[in-house]
Design a protein around this ligand. Structure first.
Ligand code: HEC
Length: 156
């Protein structure tokens, strides 16, 4: 009985925390691979965090933002799919990670962008949006609305 109470109490305490974490990582938008797609990006430097292949997808609003010189309207959403490199070639291997940014003025700690990381299965991976994602984007692109890529990365 005591044990049961403990578990119930723990669940009561943890549930809001889990719910809050889930709220900060919304589900990936459906059909994003049909959005404007960047050039294929191959990073062969094994020391790079981005070793592998990736593609950036921008929804309509985000694409407007790129065209305006990286000034993004509220709601703009950008998703990046990352793939391993198939051994012995430079072809795409299996997907290994997905990241998303969405312009959301409630995200005051991260300059009005929601940052979220996902596993290959599309489930939130719990990466810290402030310490991990934002700090790097802030360092590299504070002058470009915190978006590192530009319109030049897209096929027009
Ligand atoms: C070590 C630095 C670094 C960290 C940490 C990082 N990013 Fe990035 N991110 C980049 C770079 C560099 C690019 C540009 C890639 C390109 O141009 O192909 C990028 C691109 C992106 C893009 C496409 C839009 C843009 O800014 O070009 C999104 C979305 C994104 N990152 C989200 C995230 C999320 C979410 C996290 C945390 C889970 C994260 N990033 C962590 C460096 C970082």
């Amino acid at each position: 009985m005591k044990k049961f109470l403990c578990v119930t109490l723990l669940a009561a305490v943890l549930f809001p925390i889990i719910a809050a974490a889930a709220a900060s990582a919304p589900p990936l938008p459906r059909g994003y691979t049909a959005w404007k797609k960047s050039e294929r990006k191959l990073v062969t430097d094994k020391n790079s965090l981005f070793y592998g292949i990736h593609y950036i997808y921008a929804d309509k609003k985000a694409f407007q933002g790129y065209k305006a010189g990286n000034r993004f309207p509220e709601g703009s959403t950008i998703v990046v799919d990352y793939f391993n490199i198939k051994p012995g070639s430079d072809a795409d291997g299996p997907k290994n990670m997905v990241v998303m940014m969405r312009k959301d003025k409630r995200q005051k700690e991260t300059a009005g962008w929601l940052f979220a990381g996902y596993g290959a299965d599309g489930k939130p991976s719990g990466l810290d949006p402030v310490g991990t994602c934002f700090s790097c984007h802030q360092k590299d692109a504070a002058q470009r609305d915190h978006v590192i890529s530009t319109i030049k990365d897209f096929k027009l």
